[in-house]
Design a protein around this ligand. Structure first.
Ligand code: CO
Length: 506
């Protein structure tokens, strides 16, 4: 007997809820591994994760899901479904297709190649010897090209890979945006070089006891609206955010006893991610929509809090008196302006993760251009170190002394992550456009922020972004929230205005 559409929908929802549960259980294991697990736990943890991910894959690719989707996609059935149910069918179709289009042999080959890739990358970076990593990377690139052809694409094989992280985005759409950003940033950087003013960063570079940093970070998180009854903050080597559902969101940070900015901005950044995860409606938590619209949208939330708020003058007008209470001898003589300058110093540097707000996107554009050409087979893995160094000179005007601080600095390619890097810059572009809209909607925004009223921003983001989870594609979401498609001019204008104030012309 044929089930009614509602019964089919219920069955799909039940199956999806179990897959979500399994995924979150795997996330708990992953969080534990990074924060609590003793070193000897690694071996069993790897088999536990492999088993769990195998079960998840099996459930997601179950032919019954395919049957339910096909039936629920029929036009006369679609018209009887609610908007939420139609969205569930759409996103599960996407996940199902991505999971079923890759032959099992390719999935296995990729898993093996990237396990080896991460290992040889680590050794290659330690010894700064590209040739240790190059053979594994060649294999990974070859497999990623195969993956792209299995997934399918209209214009560029890279699009199939990009789509995993940024649904609907294509190289031909984001290429020109990033190119504009590149040209404007290079010009801005030249103006910054000409400025007679150099912000002094020494106020940040003093001994700051970790207990005090922890207390300050927690104060800022509470002020942002992070719910400690629905999340916690721990320490890990690399800060990250992970969610086991909207009422249990974990963030981590890391501390530098001699630099206040490290933990503070990691905390605000991950806090921004966490607010998004805590803002997912409970009704979405287990139905497949309880995730971010994309990595780029997720990153827009972290960057908005970290840079547009955390690195603003109003933020320091609010935060400095609180910091003085905890670290009187370090910051008693500082002004909000001192702090504002110190946290916004621009420096041409080799390492992406240490880059400031202005140069950061150049690091991304460099990687985007290289991986795009690599996937299109226009360049070879062996060309990468030379091209990397040329682009570093072109874009940032610096010479790369060795590959360890050049082409070997990031783990992404060894892990098979192609199409991931641009989501960092998309995050900045989305954040700037959202920020401009928030500014328009809240005329006394700076004053409110200087009073520590961050709630006004959180409410806006909850209303325009968080509550939709994965219901809309990133471009639909941005159009809806800001009234226009993604426009790089918002970020360009923001950077020019902000850094003209910090680095005034002669
Ligand atoms: Co982030």
């Amino acid at each position: 007997m044929r089930l009614t559409p509602q019964e089919q929908m219920n069955e799909l929802r039940e199956r999806v809820a179990e897959i979500v549960d399994l995924g979150q259980a795997a996330a708990v294991l992953g969080w534990d591994q990074e924060t609590m697990m003793p070193p000897k736990g690694a071996e069993y943890r790897a088999t536990q994760q492999a088993t769990l991910h195998g079960v998840i894959h099996e459930r997601l690719t179950n032919a019954r899901i395919g049957e339910l989707l096909s039936s629920l996609e029929e036009p006369d059935v679609q018209s009887t479904l609610s908007e939420v149910d139609r969205a569930i069918v759409r996103v599960i179709r996407r996940d199902y297709d991505r999971a079923t289009k890759l032959p099992e042999s390719l999935v296995k080959d990729l898993a093996m190649a990237t396990t080896r890739g991460v290992e040889s990358w680590r050794r290659a970076r330690r010894e700064s010897r590209w040739e240790i990593f190059a053979p594994d990377l060649k294999r990974i690139v070859e497999l990623k090209r195969r993956e792209a052809s299995c997934i399918g694409y209209k214009e560029h094989p890279y699009d199939a890979l990009l789509d995993e992280f940024e649904p609907g985005a294509t190289a031909s759409q984001i290429g020109p945006l990033l190119n504009q950003l590149r040209n404007e940033t290079v010009a801005l950087l030249a103006r910054i070089d000409q400025s007679p003013r150099r912000p002094d960063r020494t106020v940040l570079e003093q001994p700051y006891a970790i207990a005090g940093q922890k207390a300050f970070g927690e104060l800022i998180l509470r002020q942002m609206g992070f719910d400690f009854e629905a999340g916690r903050e721990d320490t890990s080597a690399h800060p990250f955010t992970t969610s086991f559902g909207p009422t249990d969101v974990r963030i981590t940070t890391r501390y530098d006893e001699n630099d206040l900015a490290t933990a503070l901005y990691a905390t605000i950044h991950e806090g921004g991610h966490a607010l998004y995860d805590q803002g997912i409606p409970p009704g979405f938590a287990r139905n497949g929509l309880g995730e971010s619209a994309s990595l780029g949208i997720h990153e827009s939330q972290s960057r908005l809090w970290e840079n547009f708020i955390g690195r603003s003058l109003p933020f320091w007008q609010f935060a400095l008196p609180r910091l003085i209470e905890i670290f009187p001898s370090q910051v008693d003589n500082a002004s909000p302006e001192t702090m504002f300058g110190a946290v916004n110093r621009v420096a041409r540097s080799l390492i992406r993760v240490e880059a400031d707000e202005v140069t950061y996107n150049l690091h991304i554009i460099l990687r985007f251009e290289l991986e795009l050409a690599l996937i299109a087979n226009e360049i070879d893995v062996d060309d990468l170190p030379r091209l990397w160094n040329e682009k570093m000179r072109d874009l940032l005007g610096i010479d790369v002394p060795n590959d360890a601080v050049g082409v070997l600095q990031d783990t992404h390619w060894g892990s098979g992550l192609f199409g991931y890097f641009p989501t960092y810059s998309l995050g900045n572009l989305y954040a700037a456009q959202l920020w401009a809209t928030i500014r328009r909607d809240v005329p006394d925004l700076d004053h409110r922020l200087s009073q520590g009223d961050f709630q006004v921003v959180l409410s806006w983001l909850r209303q325009k972004i968080h509550r939709f989870g994965r219901m809309y594609t990133p471009s639909e979401l941005i159009q809806q929230a800001t009234g226009e498609p993604l426009n790089p001019q918002y970020l360009i204008r923001y950077l020019n205005d902000k850094y003209r104030a910090i680095y005034p012309p002669a």
